[in-house]
Design a protein around this ligand. Structure first.
Ligand SMILES: [Mn+2]
Length: 273
């Protein structure tokens, strides 16, 4: 649970793109320098960049060096500098390194492919960062955060604390929570509305499910007032978006997150505003 004052940067899938990470880090550093209460929530899938074949096939979105090991080390270092202000949520790609299914978007086994090219220190950094990653967070300005867009099966928000990252160590309910928070795609508006209503009753009022996990060349999408995704990976550089929200505000729906104000370009909006 983030505080009800200050600002939060919320960014989705980086997939080993160090330039995108660096642009966000510079923004975080700038804001942090002027205000103690500035948070950065990373919505997971920090690792697994495109293969050479994918880079050649879709250069407009995939042509960058996969810097997954360096990115993990840099996020870990940033979190050491700001332990209470940098928050990492678990994506399905990250999960593969700490007990989850091995993903196969760009390689048959992306987990093994990445770990084979890591130094022992980089492998340890991956374990450390993803081993205690969160499944969800709440911004009390009205946002529920996760990597996936979960269904409405959760009974109480703190049930997420009972989930073990090792798939086999869970009962069916906790196993379902792990799956739906890390890898579900868009839900019908009614499902997300029920999820938000349950969390609102259980914890604090939330109006918008903000998630990552999916791509959109436009750089963001919103399927209803209950859901919004700002897209980093899978959009061309000029369209990549993240959220910069006022934690003391109260956002009543996805359309309250305004382009150019809360919904901002990673490489574009005037960084001084
Ligand atoms: Mn994902």
């Amino acid at each position: 649970m983030l505080p009800a004052r200050g600002k939060a940067l919320i960014s989705a899938d980086l997939h080993g793109n160090f330039a995108d990470f660096d642009a966000l880090r510079r923004r975080f550093d700038t804001l942090r320098a002027g205000d103690d209460e500035v948070h950065w929530v990373l919505l997971g899938d920090l690792v697994h960049g495109p293969s050479p074949a994918a880079r050649a096939r879709r250069p407009e979105i995939f042509d960058y060096d996969d810097a997954s090991p360096e990115l993990v080390e840099a996020v870990l270092e940033l979190r050491r500098q700001h332990p209470e202000h940098v928050h990492v949520l678990l994506g399905n790609h990250d999960h593969g390194h700490v007990g989850g299914a091995h993903t196969q978007k760009f390689y048959d086994d992306e987990v093994t492919t990445l770990e084979l090219r890591c130094t022992p220190a980089q492998r340890a950094a991956i374990q450390e960062l993803f081993g205690d990653a969160l499944l969800s967070a709440i911004a009390p300005c009205g946002l529920l955060l996760a990597h996936g867009c979960p269904d409405d099966h959760i009974r109480a928000y703190l049930d997420l604390d009972e989930v073990d990252l090792h798939l086999d160590a869970n009962n069916p309910y906790h196993s379902h929570l792990l799956a739906t928070f890390t890898r579900s795609y868009g839900q019908h508006a009614e499902v997300t509305r029920r999820l938000l209503a349950r969390i609102s009753e259980d914890v604090t009022p939330v109006q918008v499910m903000v998630h990552g996990h999916d791509v959109d060349v436009a750089g963001w999408y919103s399927e209803s007032e209950h859901q919004l995704s700002a897209v980093v990976f899978g959009a061309p550089p000029e369209n990549k978006r993240y959220l910069e929200v006022d934690l003391s505000a109260h956002y009543k729906g996805a359309s309250a997150l305004r382009p150019g104000v809360e919904l901002r370009r990673i490489h574009g909006d005037d960084p001084t505003t």
